[in-house]
Design a protein. Sequence first.
Length: 287
Amino acid sequence: MVQYNPKDWITFIFRFHKADTFRKLFPMMLLIGFYTGVIGYLEIEYWKLSQDSHVKNITIMHGMLGFVISLLLVFRTNTAYDRWWEGRKLWGSLVNNSRNLALKLSVIVQDDSDRIFFKKIIPNYASILHEHLKNEETSKVLFDGLDLEIDHHKHRPNQVAKMMYHKVNDLYKSGAISGNQLIIINSELQSFTDVCGACERIKNTPIPYSYSAFIKKFIFFYVMTLPFGYVFSLGYYTIPVVIFIFYVLASLELIAEEIEDPFGSDVNDLPTEKIASTIKKQIEEIL
């Protein structure tokens, strides 16, 4: 996730970050500029269309469709940001749930070996969930110091949660914790799986294909028809104008595509690995 000062206007305006949409769209912007220049040359020098030509009335269509495309893009970006923010709230809940579970276990559990077990496995759940949402193989280093066997072909967060349930149940059977304490701990353990399921819902449910494809086609054909109408009033200045309009519209769509999956490896995705390391540090302090 990009760290920045939201009050630094100069940096925002004149600095192009590697995640900036300008870098990604630059080849397409050059192509659209060339296309606009060709259309402008044909209309002005070759076709010699006059101001009385009916082609200039195409700007009426642009005015009508501009309002429609702005509504679509606003809805698109708002929906994508809602997914990003919900993911952040879920990982915030995971931080709080891990703390609460560790705090309760620090008081309830007295045996040092049991405390060491939970000190390692609670942070490991966050690390496993981070890797699980990125669809990458989890390193066995995460379990260094614990004799845990993880089947990488199965749902790994569920396996870690199951180990915690087994341990708590063994403590109850041995009389180390009471029935009331078991109920208190159970609610915290259940919250881990709830967070995992909600994150998977965001990860595995992208925006419907038809909606995403329609917006891209809408932007493309809208921009491709702009030179035909604006050449009459702007001449060759239509080239930078059309490029700028394309940059604004396409950037909004690119931003929405990037943040609608907040658990990937893009620079603007959630810093889940950093959050997991924070959980590890705080759990070790508590236990």
